[in-house]
Ligand binder design. Structure first.
Ligand code: EIS
Length: 209
């Protein structure tokens, strides 16, 4: 659990604005999360995520003052790109990034809630499927949905996943789950705030890949 706890998301202020810089700093550690799934077949997902983060960062770095919050960044791009927006720039990258984050959030939440396959309690399939169904499935065509189903068989056992999250230390399952619970507080609040920006600005797109 060391992996997530060392890079906590910031607590949001009362106006629920997400500041771009701290958000980018915190998400930059999340690609490592996919390493904890063990198999190299998850590498393309990691690459996609790293690409999203790099794209948002590249835009932010051109004018950190102007893009101080994620909402300001979207508003500026909306003005800049006109009819091309929102399928463009950092707006598009964050649209997909937030879905991967939501996937991780729902997966971890399901894990700490103790949801499991009673006949195979050390498998993560129930939890991964819940994350996938909630966050990504509707944006994936048939082929990618089949890839997900196949990838489930390469997912690690829960005990190995928790050990990897704890950087190889043998920590007690309950201790690890408690840390995930703590991590989820600010993580979930940040993701919810990003989803709210997209719904307020009508910036989400429903196309499938
Ligand atoms: C976006 O990707 C880009 O992120 C975005 C821009 O280019 C945009 C343009 O439309 O596309 O196509 C990507 C989508 N990302 C859309 C799919 C990547 C998944 C890789 C699938 C193929 C490789 C096979 C490997 C097997 C793994 C299969 C998994 C299938 C989901 C069991 C645990 C699995 C966990 C999986 C959940 C996380 C998936 C996250 C994928 C996000 C996604 O759907 S931009 O780029 O704007 O930054 O330039």
């Amino acid at each position: 659990m060391a992996l997530l706890m060392e890079h906590q998301f910031r607590q949001l202020s009362t106006d629920r604005q997400v500041e771009t810089r701290p958000f980018l700093d915190a998400v930059s550690y999340l690609p490592l999360f996919f390493d904890c799934l063990g198999s190299t077949i998850f590498a393309p997902i990691k690459v996609d995520l790293i690409g999203n983060i790099a794209k948002i960062k590249a835009v932010y770095d051109t004018n950190p003052g102007r893009y101080k919050t994620l909402q300001q960044l979207l508003e500026a791009e909306k003005e800049m790109y006109g009819s091309e927006w929102p399928r463009v720039g950092a707006t598009l990258a964050l649209m997909w990034l937030k879905r991967s984050l939501k996937f991780i959030q729902i997966f971890l939440q399901s894990l700490v809630n103790g949801e499991k396959d009673q006949s195979n309690p050390n498998l993560l399939r129930v939890n991964l499927t819940k994350g996938y169904d909630t966050a990504l499935k509707r944006y994936h065509g048939w082929l990618v949905q089949q890839l997900f189903k196949a990838a489930l068989y390469a997912a690690p056992y829960k005990s190995d996943f928790l050990k990897a999250l704890s950087k190889g230390r043998d920590v007690k399952e309950e201790e690890c789950l408690e840390k995930i619970r703590k991590f989820l507080v600010n993580f979930s609040a940040n993701i919810d705030a990003v989803y709210d920006i997209y719904s307020r600005m009508n910036a989400d797109l429903d196309y499938k890949v």
